[in-house]
Ligand binder design. Structure first.
Ligand SMILES: Nc1ncnc2c1ncn2[C@@H]1O[C@H](COP(=O)(O)OP(=O)(O)OP(=O)(O)O)[C@@H](O)[C@H]1O
Length: 249
């Protein structure tokens, strides 16, 4: 059975149908990307899976158990964690303390939470500044701090919500490498990103949402040549086709 599965998920906000009868599955060890024009429902799908929103209809399964309607901390405790699009570290704490909070929050048992936090900072290449404050970090470093906080919870699957957003090309390349390392460690990776080059590099399979519905699924190559996907992006990018959008990022 899939590690993560959504069955016929619908989420409505009043009259807005943010996601509409979406079914998907993510296999253990897979790297899967989720794309779609602005407002397509990507973040809502992630929030529905991680317990921030309860679905209006449908069910979510993780590791053979139903998690529909469970609280976010309980879902995180089970091994499903998500990075935040906007990184908000605790400003009055050092990087080490911030990541230690992640380790505590995950609810897993560690002999030494600070040691666990230190290892995660090493993994994201921030160990040499572990006693700095988050206020001193660049955007790229902040994203890596967020990844360390999430990894400290010891997840089986990591959902990355626009982790490459706002990064320069060098920082983007570093994040792509880091996500590759996370996958090599045996984690399952599920990511949303508008930075197409990063997403297409990392993902083995890509799903496409448009107006709340899943319109395509396939390899990065198949998706970049899928007419329905190109049309969905034409609506957003006026004169650009998807491959231009890819190279523009
Ligand atoms: N909490 C909410 N309350 C009301 N409407 C919402 C809420 N969250 C999302 N929506 C609406 O649901 C739709 C899907 O939004 P969502 O943020 O999931 O799209 P997205 O694909 O992540 O977009 P983007 O790429 O711009 O982040 C939009 O119409 C949005 O305005």
């Amino acid at each position: 059975m899939a590690l993560l599965e959504g069955q016929n998920l619908t989420k409505k906000f009043g009259g807005i149908v943010a996601i509409n009868d979406v079914s998907f599955s993510v296999e253990r060890g897979e790297a899967i990307g989720l794309i779609g024009p602005n407002g397509a429902g990507k973040s809502t799908l992630f929030r529905t899976v991680t317990g921030v929103h309860e679905p209006t209809e449908g069910r979510v399964f993780f590791d053979d158990e139903e998690i529909t309607g469970k609280a976010p901390h309980e879902i995180c405790h089970r091994g499903l964690a998500k990075t935040h699009q906007i990184v908000r570290p605790f400003e009055s704490m050092t990087l080490l303390e911030n990541v230690a909070v992640g380790a505590e929050f995950g609810g897993r048992e560690f002999d030494d939470v600070r040691e666990r936090a230190r290892e995660m900072l090493e993994f994201v290449d921030l160990a040499d500044i572990q006693y700095s404050d988050p206020g001193e970090l660049s955007v790229g470093q902040l994203k890596r701090l967020e990844i360390a906080r999430v990894l400290a919870t010891d997840p089986e699957i990591v959902l990355f919500d626009e982790v490459a957003g706002g990064l320069d090309p060098e920082e983007t390349e570093d994040i792509v490498d880091l996500i590759g390392d996370i996958k090599d460690e045996g984690k399952t990776v599920f990511l949303i990103d508008h930075v197409m080059r990063a997403l297409m590099t990392v993902s083995e399979r890509v799903m496409v949402l448009n107006n709340g519905s899943l319109i395509a699924e396939g390899t990065p190559d198949e998706i970049q040549n899928n007419n329905e996907v190109i049309e969905a992006y034409l609506g957003e990018h006026a004169n650009k086709d998807l491959s231009n959008a890819v190279s523009a990022d």
